[in-house]
Design a protein around this ligand. Structure first.
Ligand SMILES: [Zn+2]
Length: 129
């Protein structure tokens, strides 16, 4: 299996409800995001996916998060904008665009600090038509 991974970043503010401590106060992070796509075969140019396209698509998704108060987004109306949920949101947003019979978004990692990260991995049986 082939894998291609890119790294991007964005900055945003959030509060985490019902977790206790400082995280319940409004604060910000410089989030780092790693996106991995996977597939069994390459395209005619010998690429799984063009790095430039993957960066552009990821940047377009992150543009919706950058410099936002994440709790005010519709997606987080009923859930905390935790790094775990951000990874899921970024995964689902990209999968809608990228997933095909040949390529799928397999893993999204979100670092909220140098020493803390959360991962969302799509299941092996996840398929988009
Ligand atoms: Zn935080």
């Amino acid at each position: 299996m082939y894998e291609v991974t890119i790294n991007r970043s964005f900055s945003a503010a959030h509060t985490l409800r019902d977790v206790g401590g400082k995280c319940e106060s409004l604060h910000g992070h410089n989030f780092r995001v790693e996106v991995t796509v996977a597939g069994e075969s390459l395209n005619g140019e010998g690429l799984l996916v063009d790095f430039r396209l993957l960066k552009r698509w990821t940047d377009e998704a992150l543009e919706m998060l950058d410099h936002r108060h994440l709790n005010e987004m519709d997606f987080f109306a009923d859930s905390n904008p935790s790094s775990e949920n951000l990874a899921r949101w970024i995964h689902d947003h990209l999968a809608d665009r990228i997933d095909s019979d040949r390529v799928r978004v397999s893993r999204v990692t979100v670092w909220e600090s140098e020493d803390a990260r959360a991962v969302y991995e799509s299941g092996a049986d996840r398929r988009h038509s």
